[in-house]
Design a binder for this molecule. Structure first.
Ligand code: MN
Length: 295
């Protein structure tokens, strides 16, 4: 944990909120109940992000079936577990247990088949899964995977007492667990005490949003209540975002550089063309999608 005494220039032209979004209740996998916060119709607007699911329940029936074997190709999944235990196994030979405060970052690249299964039969399971697109040139890259335990994630505390976990990107001089050249993702988990103010520099052309999962914040004069996503307006002259906590609040701040490439999605495959989607389906059917290199 670092306490920053960062004195670099602060945000002077903060972004406004363009709109508030209510997630859609749905289920996925073998019947896991979740809220899809970033839905299909927002993929273009929030490029390079394809999906954000929030899951949270203390009823085992809502999560116990998990996500048995399923494929992915062409993007990255970032799973952030606030509470609970989930076991990951994939066709590239990776296995890990994701639990309280940990992050799993998986680059599906040309393909993985994996399962994500709860290792608890009671208690609370809460967390998020974000889908981050890959640039066309990286969609068929080798799969990559890493687990970060809570204490392996870079953290800082601002002088105003805001606790920041830097999952990706950079905040107040602290580099995140993961950085990516193409999409330059920023993924922060902010815990703000009531009355605190948090500033984050953001390039004006990056797409950005805030998701409040506890309490309430104000962004650019707009109140953002719990369980709402605020899409931040893209103003070329803006230099960042200012988040003020009207109550104790927990917030995800996510931003990235848009790819501006065609998006072709069929379920767990996200490519650039229908031909590439067809190829992914063929490879999956023929059993070659999740093959280890050299086989
Ligand atoms: Mn998956």
């Amino acid at each position: 944990m670092t306490t920053t005494t960062d004195l670099r220039p602060t945000v002077t032209r903060p972004r406004a909120v363009e709109r508030l979004v209510v997630g859609q209740a749905t289920s996925d996998g073998a019947g896991v109940k979740l809220t899809r916060v970033l839905t299909h119709n927002l993929q273009r607007r929030l490029d390079p992000f394809l999906m954000l699911d929030a899951f949270g329940s203390d009823k085992a029936d809502d999560y116990i079936a998990g996500f048995p074997d399923h494929p992915h190709r062409g993007f990255e999944t970032v799973t952030y577990m606030i509470a609970g235990r989930m076991r990951h196994r994939d066709s590239a030979g990776h296995e890990g247990l994701l639990e309280n405060g940990g992050v799993q970052w998986m680059t599906a690249g040309r393909g993985v088949i994996h399962s994500e299964l709860p290792e608890q039969e009671a208690g609370v399971m809460e967390g998020f899964q974000l889908w981050l697109n890959l640039p066309a040139r990286d969609k068929m890259s080798a799969p990559w995977y890493r687990d970060f335990k809570a204490d392996q994630l870079p953290k800082l505390t601002t002088p105003q007492g805001v606790d920041v976990t830097v999952i990706a990107g950079e905040s107040h001089g602290v580099t995140g667990a993961v950085t990516r050249d193409g999409t330059a993702p920023l993924y922060l988990d902010l815990h703000l005490p009531a009355g605190a103010r948090f500033e984050q520099a953001l390039p004006g052309d990056h797409n950005a949003f805030v998701y409040v999962y506890r309490g309430e914040v104000t962004v650019g004069g707009q109140a953002v209540p719990s369980q709402r996503m605020a899409i931040l307006a893209n103003e070329p002259s803006s230099d960042g975002v200012v988040i003020e906590a009207s109550a104790d609040a927990k917030v995800l701040l996510i931003a990235g550089r848009p790819l501006n490439e065609p998006i072709a999605q069929y379920g767990p495959f996200v490519m650039n063309t229908q031909q590439e989607i067809y190829q992914a389906l063929m490879d999956f059917r023929e059993g070659t999608l999740g093959e280890k290199p050299g086989r």
